[in-house]
Design a protein around this ligand. Structure first.
Ligand SMILES: C[S@@+](CC[C@H](N)C(=O)[O-])C[C@H]1O[C@@H](n2cnc3c(N)ncnc32)[C@H](O)[C@@H]1O
Length: 223
């Protein structure tokens, strides 16, 4: 299995940094959904700069902020402390989560789980299943095989995984790409509640790029 590699958050500045400080569109839906479900414990898996930890913390959740990058955890902690928010912080690898079985109500794992190879992704998903309480939910995004980057001639790790070769915070970080059939296999032990295939369109130096992600909402169903 390939070694895990966190983000170099020092290489993230300017507009890009603002993006990673602003909660994602779906996080507001999840906040309401998971409050209505009566959930209280929230795991921000691969928390980055902590935009979702802060959102859920400000709305009464017990937040578990987790990332492989010490820098990410330090930055999340600084932001939380400025707002008088008190979280549980852990540095580690998503393939071996430092939480007890069935201890977490809900998990958000946005743009994280694809930072591994096929075996690593499978191991991380088995950890999600282990730490979620019965009837707990997880929302995660996975890179899609429809993305330009999957079709490039970048070094391949296995049939679903390549190394990203763009300069920047993800240089040489493995990226796993899925399709719907693979998603059904990966989440066979969960109830799949929804799958969206989303195209992100952005411009760099006047050139339009796009990438596709699957947004997956699953429940650890006991029924
Ligand atoms: C694209 S950022 C997303 C951050 C955050 N989820 C958000 O939406 O703002 C990916 C984060 O996942 C972390 N990460 C990458 N591989 C990881 C692993 N194996 N275990 C835990 N965290 C990991 C990176 O260090 C980085 O902070």
């Amino acid at each position: 299995m390939i070694e895990s590699k966190g983000w170099d958050w020092k290489a993230v500045n300017g507009e890009s940094k603002n993006y990673w400080l602003t909660p994602s569109v779906e996080s507001f839906y999840l906040l309401h959904r998971w409050k209505d479900n009566g959930y209280t414990s929230f795991l921000d898996l691969g928390c980055g700069l902590g935009r979702h930890s802060i959102l859920f913390g400000q709305n009464g959740f017990d937040v578990f902020a987790f990332d492989i990058s010490k820098d990410a955890i330090d930055k999340t902690k600084n932001s939380a402390e400025e707002l008088n928010l008190n979280f549980n912080y852990k540095i580690g690898d998503m393939r071996t989560l430092p939480y007890a079985n069935e201890s977490i109500d809900c998990i958000l794992c946005k743009n994280v789980i694809s930072h591994s190879d096929t075996n690593g992704v499978k191991q991380a998903i088995s950890e999600l299943l282990r730490v979620l309480k019965p009837d707990g939910e997880c929302y995660l995004t996975l890179g899609s095989k429809a993305s330009e980057n999957f079709k490039r001639n970048w070094p391949s790790i296995d049939e679903n995984t390549t190394l990203l070769m763009n300069e920047g915070p993800e240089y040489k970080v493995p990226h796993f790409y899925a399709d719907y059939e693979l998603i059904k296999k990966l989440f066979f032990a969960f109830k799949i509640l929804s799958v969206y295939h989303v195209e992100d369109i952005y411009e760099i130096d006047g050139i339009v790029h796009s990438s596709y992600h699957y947004h997956v909402l699953v429940r650890k169903s006991i029924h």
